[in-house]
Design a protein around this ligand. Structure first.
Ligand code: NAG
Ligand code: NAG
Ligand code: NAG
Ligand code: NAG
Length: 250
C-alpha cells in the first residue's frame, strides 16, 4: 500500500512540476498524467490548490466546477485552497475542477473526475400479463465504463431471437425486451437481464412473468349498435301502431 502510494506520487510529480503556472493542484486520490482522477460513487476526493512561489500581488485563489465558481470559506482562499467532494455522486462523472489566481485568469490548472460505476439493476420483479397482450421488460444499463454485453434469458437460456416473438432494443441507457402478443406456453417463466462491465463484472435483474387467462372484455361497440337497432325497431313499431290507431279513430 505504501509502495503504491509512493509510485502514484512519483507519477503525479512530473505532471505538477511541468506546469509553468501560478498554481498547482494536488489530489487524493492522485490524478494521472493529463489530470484525470479515478474514483467511484460514495468515495471522497480531496483537491488542494497551492500558490507557487513567486511574486503575486494577490494571493486569493478561485475554484470552478464545470466553469461555475465554488463557494469557498474565508481562510480557504489565500495561498492554499482545498475542495472536498464527498460523497462522489453520478453527476460528478466528467466534472472538471479548475483553480486559478483570482487576479489572473490566464493561468489555470484543472483536473477531471472519472467516476466509474456499474448499473444498479438488481432484485426480482413480479410481472403479470394477460394472454394475448403486449409486454415490455426494461433494464437500465447506464454505467461507466459502458457495459460491454447485455443478455436476456428465459428460464436460464438466452431468449430465442430467431422466433419473431421476442424483440430486444437498446438506446445505450435502457435495454428492452418486447413481446407483442404474449402466449402462456411460449412466454411464461423467469426472465433475467444481465449487464457485463469490464471493471465490475456481471449484474442482473430478474422478472417472474405470469400469464393469466384472457378475461372476457364486455363487447361495448356491438352492444351499443344492438341497442340502437332495438330502439329504432321499437320506435317504428310505435309509429306504425299509432298510425293504425289513428286510422281507426277517424
Ligand atoms: C500567504 O503566503 C505569504 C507569503 O508567501 C504570507 O505572507 C501570507 O501570510 C500567507 N497567507 C496566508 C493566509 O497564509
Ligand atoms: C498572468 O500570469 C501570466 C503568467 O504567469 C503573466 O504572463 C501575466 O502577465 C499575468 N497577468 C496579469 C494581469 O498579471
Ligand atoms: C475512466 O475509467 C475507466 C475505467 O478504468 C476507463 O476505462 C476509461 O477510459 C476512463 N475514462 C477516462 C476519460 O479517463
Ligand atoms: C419456464 O419454467 C417454468 C417453471 O419450470 C415453466 O412453468 C414454464 O413453462 C417455462 N417456460 C418456458 C417458456 O419454457
Amino acid at each position: 500500500m505504501k509502495l503504491m502510494f509512493s509510485i502514484s506520487l512519483f507519477l503525479l510529480l512530473p505532471y505538477c512540476t511541468s506546469q509553468t503556472s501560478d498554481v498547482i493542484i494536488e489530489s487524493t486520490p492522485a490524478s494521472s498524467i493529463g489530470g484525470v482522477i479515478q474514483t467511484e460513487l460514495e468515495k471522497t476526493v480531496t483537491l488542494v490548490c497551492t500558490l507557487q512561489s513567486g511574486t503575486h500581488d494577490d494571493k486569493e485563489l478561485v475554484w470552478l466546477r464545470n466553469g461555475a465558481a465554488v463557494d469557498l470559506k474565508d481562510g480557504n482562499k489565500e495561498n492554499r485552497s482545498s475542495v472536498c467532494i464527498s460523497p462522489v455522486i453520478i453527476e460528478d462523472e466528467g466534472a472538471t475542477f479548475t483553480c486559478h489566481l483570482k487576479s489572473n485568469t490566464s493561468n489555470k490548472v484543472f483536473v477531471t473526475l472519472n467516476v466509474t460505476y456499474h448499473t444498479d439493476i438488481s432484485g426480482l420483479e413480479e410481472v403479470t400479463v394477460e394472454d394475448g397482450e403486449s409486454l415490455v421488460l426494461q433494464c437500465h444499463m447506464r454505467a461507466n465504463p459502458m457495459v460491454t454485453l447485455v443478455t436476456w434469458k428465459l428460464n436460464g437460456s438466452l431468449v430465442d431471437l430467431s422466433t419473431s416473438s421476442f424483440i430486444i432494443t437498446s438506446d445505450g441507457i435502457t435495454s428492452k425486451l418486447q413481446i407483442n402478443k404474449v402466449e402462456r406456453s411460449l412466454h411464461e417463466g423467469l426472465y433475467q437481464c444481465t449487464a457485463t462491465s469490464s471493471v465490475y463484472g456481471e449484474r442482473s435483474k430478474s422478472f417472474q412473468l405470469t400469464v393469466t387467462e384472457k378475461t372476457l372484455k364486455f363487447p361495448l361497440m356491438p352492444m351499443i349498435a344492438g341497442l340502437v337497432v332495438v330502439g329504432l325497431t321499437a320506435l317504428l313499431a310505435i309509429i306504425s301502431r299509432w298510425r293504425k290507431i289513428a286510422r281507426c279513430c277517424k
